[in-house]
Design a binder for this molecule. Structure first.
Ligand code: HEM
Length: 470
């Protein structure tokens, strides 16, 4: 007897918000709240729906298991969208994140090696030094009775860490008050996001004032990237052994670049330096900002985290050994719970590289898909009280369902290579804060309720934190 095969659903048959001629659903979208609009449509139309922004149609998937399966089919079936890839590349960020296919395959092992746990453990003494500078900065603010501009300080911390670890350069923006590279990155990230959503790449034909301002920031940023490369080249000239045994990502990339039949070009090296700065800065700093804010809303949990830190550190004023951070199980659970409720990457856009199907929907080559990461992680059918900030759900025996549903670092072969570093940085910054200070308040700098804002990463409105030194 012939086996009945269920027919595939066509995209045209999917539900979705009614679209206007020409613009589709563009009028319903405001960029900073794009993720919330997509999540609202998921509640209205279900876990698979379609929507359109001008000429570009998107299929949106919200089931975490469907997302995990599709994201595993990379490279090959899915990849970064052409718009993300070309826009990032023309801005100088065509490194690992923006690449697809063979180019991605060549770069990924090098980046993975640079962020593997062994390498990060060797970097730990420098992480201690950067954290001590953060503590000193906060001690000054506490003594002066000044509020800490939370994200700004955390970005100084994350940029100093990534520059030290990946480029071997101690840029020390935590102690410098001069023009810092973050000032330019602050402007570049939102513009990258804006361009990925624009109806068409108008900036290739004419420039608006915002595009001209971007050019100025990009120029300053590129100069900083070139300086990291020049410093590393100088080091390698002085110590030729570094070619055989590079000690960080930039040295490994330069060694590969200089080999006969080189696997990387100068442009690839610069694009990856830029990528690591962007990918390593915002994500971790904003996750930390969300975490500190969430804990400040729940004094009992904040106290518990503080007690855990103080017990792990004993008489040490700051963490000095990696084992002390390994003992912070509750603080780590707070980080996971923060990323469940406030994932800095709440949506992952992907483009089909050939005809395929996802959850019974026929997906022709070139189709734009968006995987929504938060609805599954906050689904009341999967676990109790999904809205509540409850770090203990990560420590209970039945934690496996939340672990499967929450994927803040993505999934599959392109899963975030910085995740081990990010968790270590988060625990280090939290231990630094909780060991040395009492958190008095965390609120929006403008006094209004704290809001989510999407600007490539999903971040809180600027926060200010008041602390007292212990
Ligand atoms: C809390 C902090 C972080 C979060 C939540 C985060 C999240 C993500 C996510 C969701 C992706 C996309 C994964 C996918 O497509 O499946 C990603 C990719 C990536 N992340 Fe992170 N990330 C964080 C920190 C970092 C750090 C510290 C670095 C270090 C430089 C980093 C470097 C990268 C790179 C290079 C990629 C592209 C990987 C590829 O396409 O193969 N991230 N990250």
């Amino acid at each position: 007897m012939p086996v009945a095969i269920a027919p595939m659903t066509r995209i045209a048959e999917l539900p979705g918000p009614p679209a206007l001629p020409m613009i589709g659903n563009a009028h319903q979208i405001s960029r900073p709240l794009f993720h919330q609009r997509l999540e609202a449509w998921q509640r209205a139309y279900g876990d698979i729906y379609r929507m359109r922004i001008w000429a570009r149609e998107f299929v949106v998937f919200a089931d975490p298991h469907v997302a995990a399966e599709a994201l595993r089919e990379r490279p090959g079936t899915f990849g970064r969208t052409e718009r993300v890839s070309t826009t990032a590349t023309e801005m100088g960020f065509g490194g690992l994140f923006a690449s697809n296919g063979e180019k991605w395959r060549r770069q990924r092992p090098m980046v993975m090696a640079a962020f593997d746990p062994g390498h990060i453990k060797r970097y730990f003494p420098s992480l201690v030094q950067v954290s001590a500078r953060l503590a000193a900065r906060w001690t000054r603010a506490a003594r002066a009775g000044e509020a800490v501009p939370l994200q700004q300080d955390l970005m100084r911390y994350t940029v100093d860490v990534i520059a030290g670890l990946a480029f071997g350069t101690d840029i020390n923006t935590l102690e410098g008050e001069q023009d810092v590279i973050q000032r330019h990155m602050d402007k570049i990230f939102p513009m990258l996001f804006r361009r990925t959503l624009a109806p068409f790449p108008y900036w290739r034909h004419f420039k608006l004032p915002a595009d001209r301002r971007l050019d100025v920031h990009l120029q300053a940023f590129r100069a900083a990237v070139q300086e990291f490369i020049a410093t590393a080249r100088e080091r390698m000239r002085a110590q030729p052994a570094l070619r055989e045994s590079p000690t960080n990502l930039i040295e490994a990339m330069l060694a590969a670049r200089d080999q006969p039949g080189n696997a990387l070009t100068d442009e690839d090296v610069a694009a990856n330096v830029a990528t690591m700065l962007l990918a390593g800065e915002d994500t971790t700093a904003h996750t930390l900002a969300w975490m500190i804010w969430l804990l400040a809303q729940q004094p009992a949990l904040l106290r518990r985290a503080q007690e855990e830190v103080r017990q792990a550190l004993g008489d040490d004023p700051l963490p000095t050994r990696i084992e002390q951070l390994a003992a912070l199980a509750f603080v780590e659970a707070c980080a996971h719970e923060t990323m469940r409720l406030k994932p800095v990457a709440p949506l992952l856009p992907q483009q089909a590289e050939h005809d395929t199907s996802v959850a019974g929907v026929a997906i022709p080559q070139g189709t734009l898909c968006i995987f929504l990461m938060r609805p599954g992680a906050m689904d009341g059918r999967r676990f109790a009280d999904p809205e509540r900030f409850d770090p203990d759900r990560w420590l209970r025996a039945d934690a496996s369902s939340v672990k499967r549903a929450s994927m803040p670092f993505g999934a599959g072969p392109r899963m975030c290579p910085g995740r081990y570093l990010a968790l270590l940085e988060i625990k280090m910054a939290m231990a630094t804060l909780l060991a040395r200070f009492d958190v008095l308040s965390v609120e929006a700098a403008d006094g209004a309720p704290v809001q989510e804002q999407l600007a490539f990463t999903m971040q809180p409105t600027p926060l200010r934190m008041r602390i007292a030194a212990r």
